[in-house]
Structures are given as structure tokens and as C-alpha cells.
Design a protein around this ligand. Sequence first.
Ligand SMILES: [Mg+2]
Length: 230
Amino acid sequence: MSYKYVFIDMDDTIWDFHANAKSSLQELYDNRNFDKHFDNFEQYFEIYAKRNLELWDQYGKGEITKEALSLERFLHPLRQVGVANEEVAIIMGKEYLDLLPTRTALVPYALELLDYLSDKYPLSIVSNGFIEVQYRKLKTCRLEHYFSHVVLSEEAGFLKPDKRIFEYAMKLNGSMPAETIMIGDSYEADIIGAQNAGIDQIYFRYSNTSTQNLPCSFSTDSLREIIGIL
Ligand SMILES: [Mg+2]
């Protein structure tokens, strides 16, 4: 198969979202002395992370706005320990979105892969993240120069796995599905999304250790192995 265009997801494929989110939340937690409300940061993080996942699922389906998501993920842990305060939750939501893009942990071998791919292919980000956050991450980590296009769901008008965000990215590149391949860590968003658009896929199992046998064109546990595939 000879691919001419490569699309790649951002969070937890290039930029280590899990590590960066956790260290940002730890800072917010410490600043507000939340030890007075929670046993420890791990307890807070567990409550937050579970609710955050549910909210992203609802946001992906268009059931809630991003403002509702930002508020509720910070309100929920406070509610769980009986100190719900909408004002605090709103401020924390803003502080978090300011802090998060200043973090710079990348997934292992991300830079090696980007160096290799950007030499060989026009490379485009295809991401569901918020516009203001994703561009700041790229800038802080000095990653912008690797990409021909940065395609974000808010700009495209559709979230992965909707095939129309991939069609939007192909239109920007002037590429056809058969000559395009998508790399991503979310089976639901990246792999099924690319399949919906008729694009081959590389499933990067970074955060999904239990999902070994799902159908995809290629799968790998390490970004370094993708150099061998492409
Ligand atoms: Mg991802």
C-alpha cells in the first residue's frame, strides 16, 4: 500500500494528555488545599476522571455544550464531597484550560515519529480538542512546523468518528481515501472514524491495553513501530 498523506490524532497519540492533565489537576488541587475535602489527590482525580469521560462522550454525541462539560467536570467532585460551588467550578475550569496547554509531556517517540513522517508525507492533525487549547499545546511544545494542516472538530463542524471531519481534512489536503492513513489511540474516534471515511488506520494502543483484537489496518503499542509501517 502506498500512502501519500498521513493524518494523526493529537491527545494521547502525540501529546501525553493523561500525564499533562493529571499534573495540571494536581496543581489546581494543591493551590486550593483540597486535602481538606478529599482523602488525597488520587481520590479527587478518580472522581474527576470518571465523570470527565462520561461528559466527553455526551459532548461527542452533541448532547451537551463545551461550557457545560467544563463546568460539570469540576462541579461533580465537589458535589460528591458535599461542597458543590458553581463559582469555584467555573474558575477551576478556566484555570485548568489555561494551565493544561503549558504542559509539555509527549508520548514516547512522538518527536522521532514526527521527524520521520513530516520529511516523507504532508502530515495533518485531526483532533476533537478545543481550538484555543490545541493551538497553544502545539506552540508550547514547538510542534507546529511538522504539520501541513491542523484540523480541529470545532472548525470542521464535526467530531470524530463522524466521517465528515476526515472528508474535511482530505479536502484541505487534496487527498483521496485510498492514499490516506490515520494514526490514533482512540478506537472509537480515530479508527472507526477513519473506517467510516474509507481511510486505512493505524491503531496506537497507548491507553487501551485490553483492546487487542479489534479490526484495523495496523496496530501497535509503540509509536516507534509506525516508522516501520510507513
Ligand atoms: Mg487521542
